[in-house]
Design a protein around this ligand. Structure first.
Ligand code: 5GP
Ligand code: MN
Length: 328
């Protein structure tokens, strides 16, 4: 999606609306849910009626994100009341809205706020900026354009999105502007130390054990991607036990440390039994392009897709796609 982000269209529609529904993509990460909650709290401060939801049947905020401010705005999709305006946050494709896709399609005004280059522009108003390091930084701009006070709660949520999507300000999307935005967040006096610990350094013991098991099962394919290497592992729903799907999100961050591999992949089995692939690359192999070959998407260096076969066949297909990609 290459069109110019329609900031003024979004601001006008949000100003006019009495009721707003903010939606994060299914299996929401801190950027998706944090963006929806941040804009939700901001709009509530203007006196609007606000709902935040995720298109998973009977959605509840995952335990690991319950510390985020504003979770009282969350309603499960079954209980959503049709709003004047819907806002889809951090969602590149309408399919990632799950059971709320219909609500978005039938809404009179549908705003898309996202930073994925692959965004389909499925809104009636599209604010898509692939140069933005996180959807949360775009929410900060909306808060400013709407003249809403940046509270500690809103700052916490925006920090959660930016810190997560930039890998704690390490990834390429991080710019001096990003850091200036974060400086503004710090100026509110929000508790960044606790927020960062709860985001990155706090997991149940069973998740730490699952990480250990996933690392012990990791496979290095040195000859993959024309000799640049792939490291992968798998986590079945059995390995996961009582942990939710989000508990598998961070496994890729440990696996991708592997020096001998340009690309890392974690195959994760969902509650429904299907396998999702999370991909990361380090330099110039576009895992976003690769994931879109399999019906998924994402960014150049972080992407994902859902498999249609068993995990062994997914490994074979991934190796073939990586070889095609380096030969191009
Ligand atoms: P993760 O590996 O953290 O689940 O996802 C990495 C990136 O890829 C995120 O930006 C996420 O939005 C995107 N992504 C993951 N899975 C899918 C998918 O099935 N479809 C699309 N379009 N994007 C995905
Ligand atoms: Mn994001």
């Amino acid at each position: 999606m290459t069109s110019v982000p329609d900031w003024s269209g979004a601001v006008a529609a949000l100003r006019q609306a009495d009721s707003v529904l903010l939606i994060a993509h299914v299996t929401p990460d801190p950027d998706a849910l944090g963006s929806a909650l941040a804009l939700g709290l901001a709009l509530r401060s203007l006196g609007k009626s606000v709902q935040v939801s995720v298109g998973e049947p009977a959605f509840n905020v995952p335990a690991s994100l319950m510390f985020l401010p504003g979770t009282e705005l969350v309603v499960s999709p079954e209980n959503v009341v049709s709003p004047d305006v819907v806002v889809s946050c951090d969602t590149a494709s309408i399919h990632r809205l799950g059971v709320l896709a219909g609500v978005v399609k039938s809404a009179p005004v549908s705003i898309v706020v996202d930073h994925h280059a692959t965004n389909e522009g499925f809104g009636t108003i599209n604010v898509v900026d692939a140069t933005s390091p996180a959807t949360a930084s775009m929410v900060l701009k909306l808060v400013d354009l709407l003249d809403i006070e940046l509270t500690q709660e809103i700052a916490t949520l925006i920090y959660a999105g930016i810190a997560t999507d930039t890998g704690s300000f390490k990834y390429r999307g991080t710019s001096s502007d990003t850091l200036r935005s974060v400086a503004r967040l710090f100026d509110t006096g929000f508790d960044h130390t606790t927020t960062a610990r709860l985001l990155f350094d706090d997991e149940p013991f069973s998740a730490v054990r699952m990480l250990g098991q996933a690392m012990s099962n990791a496979v290095l394919v040195s000859e993959a991607a024309g000799g640049r290497g792939l490291v992968y592992t798998r986590i079945s729903s059995h390995d996961r036990g009582n942990l939710d799907e989000l508990a598998m999100e961070r496994v890729i961050d440990t696996l991708r440390r592997t020096h001998e591999a340009e690309v890392a992949c974690v195959f994760k089995q969902t509650d429904e039994g299907v396998w999702k692939a999370s991909l990361r690359s380090k330099t110039d192999i576009s895992v976003g392009r690769l994931a879109s070959e399999f019906g998924g998407g994402g960014h150049t260096m972080a992407a994902g897709y859902t498999g249609t076969t068993n995990v062994d066949a997914m490994v074979t297909d991934l190796l073939a796609a990586l070889d095609r990609q380096v030969r191009q």
